[in-house]
Design a protein around this ligand. Structure first.
Ligand code: UT7
Length: 323
């Protein structure tokens, strides 16, 4: 018998304020046409003043618990993937724990920027299959609007705020790729690429800083590395690309999403796309897309789902699971 970490609930939360591309035309030398054609983004959500990452995460967690038919009492651990925690410490995850009224178990953050959810999912899976936790809430939550340089048209039009949450539960499997649950993970980072995507501030510099990105350089790495990590994870799972039901990619740019699918020989019909509505929400983008994909009726029980992401670090990876 093999223990598997099976998805039993999914939910998300988006802040009320929706910002269409046209809003940037008033303050920047940009256009709705440029943003749409270069990125696929049409609108994004921004958190209200005082609304924090842990607030968004808690709302997504509540939705995921409801979807699973569980309460916080049933959860052993909370992992929040974020680069925009409310405070330097404690973790956003312990704040979510408090907001859910949970006094038991343990909670911590994972920081791998846009690849954060894939890293958190991999961590949660390792804890479940090793018997350290039975049910884990895995959350991706971000308020990237707080680290935008509003004068930099090359970055501030691309990002958004939001949160998605997944409940994973230990269930017995047979050890084959027919099992439900996480089937394989593949993680990578290469710190030599730090300057391609980073925030020019932090605790040690006593500033918050702003996001800086050499977009076209990141773009070049993205398609190649995302297809390779997705294929490596599929290989570890003993599955071929033809057996994939859904690719749920990090939602940074529709051209990256299309390029990765093309490289893997997969039709766009098999890709969950939400970038037009959410923009790039970093670690929140995959759980948001999983939740929206389930709501749309795209992702169904038994489907083979591949999640893949890349971001600052560079850090990238993929997780294959059977829903
Ligand atoms: O989530 C983490 C990972 N991040 C990513 O995956 C992002 C990867 N990169 C991208 O998505 C794309 O590179 C961008 C959407 C950021 C940019 O698209 P691009 O086709 O790579 O454009 P570019 O950066 O090469 O810029 C082309 C032109 C430049 O003008 P010149 O130098 O050709 O005169 C930019 O200054 O577009 C200009 N530009 C803009 N024009 C209007 C840059 N931003 C804007 C803008 N509006 N907002």
């Amino acid at each position: 018998m093999t223990l598997r970490a099976v998805a039993i609930g999914i939910g998300h939360y988006l802040p009320d304020r929706v910002v269409p591309n046209s809003e940037f035309e008033a303050t920047l030398d940009t256009s709705d046409e440029w943003i749409r054609s270069r990125s696929g983004i049409e609108r994004r959500h921004f958190a209200a003043d005082g609304e924090t990452t842990s607030n968004l995460a808690s709302k997504a967690a509540t939705a995921a618990l409801q979807d699973a038919g569980l309460s916080a009492a049933d959860i052993d651990a909370i992992i929040v993937a974020t680069s925009t925690a409310d405070l330097t410490f404690p973790s956003a995850a312990t704040m979510v724990q408090a907001e859910l009224g949970m006094r038991h178990g343990f909670a911590f953050d994972v920081q791998a920027v846009c690849a954060g959810f894939v890293y958190a999912l991999s961590t949660a899976n390792a804890m479940i299959v090793s018997g350290q936790a039975r049910r884990v809430l895995v959350i991706g939550a971000e308020t990237f609007s707080r680290i935008m340089d509003w004068t930099d048209r090359a970055t501030c039009v691309l990002f958004g705020d939001g949160a998605g949450a997944l409940v994973l539960e230990a269930q017995d499997g047979t050890g084959t790729s027919e099992d439900r649950g996480v089937l394989a993970t593949d993680l990578h980072s290469d710190g030599q690429f730090k300057d391609l995507l980073y925030v020019d501030g932090g605790v040690s510099t006593q500033t918050t800083g702003h996001l800086r990105m050499q977009g076209n350089q990141v773009f070049r790495h993205a398609v190649e590395k995302l297809a390779a990590t997705a294929e490596a994870a599929l290989d570890k799972a003993g599955l071929s690309a033809e057996e994939v039901d859904w690719i749920v990619p990090h939602q940074a740019n529709i051209r990256i999403i299309q390029g990765t699918a093309r490289k893997m020989g997969l039709d766009m019909e098999k890709v969950v796309v939400t970038v037009q509505d959410h923009g790039n929400t970093s670690a929140a983008s995959i759980p948001l897309a999983l939740s929206v994909g389930k709501q749309r009726g795209q992702i169904k029980t038994g489907d083979v789902v591949v999640t893949e992401a890349i971001g600052g670090g560079l850090a990238w990876g993929a997780v294959v699971l059977r829903w």
